[in-house]
Design a protein around this ligand. Structure first.
Ligand code: SF4
Length: 260
């Protein structure tokens, strides 16, 4: 894994930068997959999202939950594309923006800020002013699943219907960051559909935190443990390990800029 000085990747100035491009998933007109929010192809998942939105968690009892599929969010010209598994039931399914409103999102957007991919370290609501630069965040499955476990059929269907098109739209992508093993499998299958990437050499690929693989089309995949509470509380994923992942992503993006 390439390494560099963390300090050089840390954004010091929290004021808004005009060069940041905002594409908020519910408001964007630029990307063709935004009809996602009205998709009802998976009755089990839609029923669960609606149920969570109705019952709510005590801490969010006054919130109006989104309760629908959640589209990707970020810079449409991003070189770094981050792929998780699915929205959190009381995070993105509540706020309507991916990785927003829960602990995983706090970890993700803080790391993106520190690596200069975001204009602010916090992500609480979809209108909180967060802007991503050169980074885009999405998931294999767009609806929050019970127990964070979408079925294989749900994964396959949502991936082929939305993630594949999403990756097609993100033509500037150079580095994909897969958050966890299931996201990695979803990403590999989506890339196979999107770019006809030949995956025969990758069929025995094993997930490993910090692993970097180069795809036949010159793009790279970085693997990381998901910043779930389970992983961060147990220190399976530490803050230092997590920061290092984004330094690697930043370095790979810069390397690809130099080589292009
Ligand atoms: S998981 Fe995907 S395909 Fe299924 S209902 Fe949600 S948006 Fe539609």
């Amino acid at each position: 894994m390439p390494s560099t000085n963390l300090g050089s990747a840390t954004k010091k100035n929290s004021s808004k930068d005009e060069s940041f491009v905002l594409v908020s998933s519910p408001m964007s007109r630029n990307l063709p997959f935004l009809e996602v929010q009205s998709c009802a192809d998976c009755p089990r998942l839609r029923a669960y999202c609606a149920q969570v939105a109705e019952i709510k968690r005590a801490a969010h009892s006054h919130d109006h939950y989104w309760g629908k599929p959640v589209a990707g969010f970020g810079d449409p010209n991003a070189e770094l594309v981050i792929v998780g598994l699915a929205p959190g039931a009381h995070g993105a399914n509540r706020t309507g923006r991916i990785f927003t409103g829960d602990r995983s999102g706090e970890w993700l957007y803080r790391a993106l800020y520190e690596a200069d991919f975001a204009n602010q370290p916090d992500s609480h609501r979809r209108d909180d002013g967060l802007i991503l630069k050169n980074a885009y965040v999405t998931c294999v499955v767009k609806c929050a699943p019970p127990d964070n476990k979408p079925t294989l059929d749900e994964q396959n269907h949502c991936r082929e219907k939305y993630l594949v098109k999403e990756l097609e739209s993100l033509a500037s992508a150079k580095v994909y960051l897969a958050l966890g093993q299931i996201a990695l499998i979803g990403l590999l299958n989506a890339l196979k559909s999107t770019y006809r990437v030949e995956l025969s050499n990758l069929k025995n690929l094993k997930f490993g935190h910090g692993k970097v693989i180069e795809l036949p089309n010159g793009k790279s995949i970085v693997m990381s443990y998901h910043p779930s509470q389970q992983n961060t509380f147990t220190k399976k994923l530490t803050a230092e390990m997590w920061r290092e992942i984004f330094v690697t992503c930043r370095n790979l993006c810069e390397l690809s800029q130099k080589n292009s």
